[in-house]
Design a protein. Structure first.
Length: 62
């Protein structure tokens, strides 16, 4: 038996999992997982600032 990391209920055979920096957590339902995400502000894909690179080719004046 796997206990829900939010409400401690039985997660059943297929728990809802959530990858966190501290490990994988298990939840009994999508609602519990969503609440935990909201409380801890966990974003599935780590947000990274997008940096656009300067164009490599520069036009040279003749
Ligand atoms: Zn739960």
């Amino acid at each position: 038996m796997i206990a829900c990391d939010l409400c401690a209920l039985d997660c059943g055979k297929q728990p809802f999992t959530l990858e966190t920096p501290h490990g994988t957590l298990n939840f009994c339902c999508e609602g519990c997982r969503g609440i935990y995400q909201m409380l801890n502000e966990i974003n599935a894909p780590p947000a990274q600032p997008v940096q656009t690179m300067a164009p490599a080719t520069e036009r040279k004046k003749p």
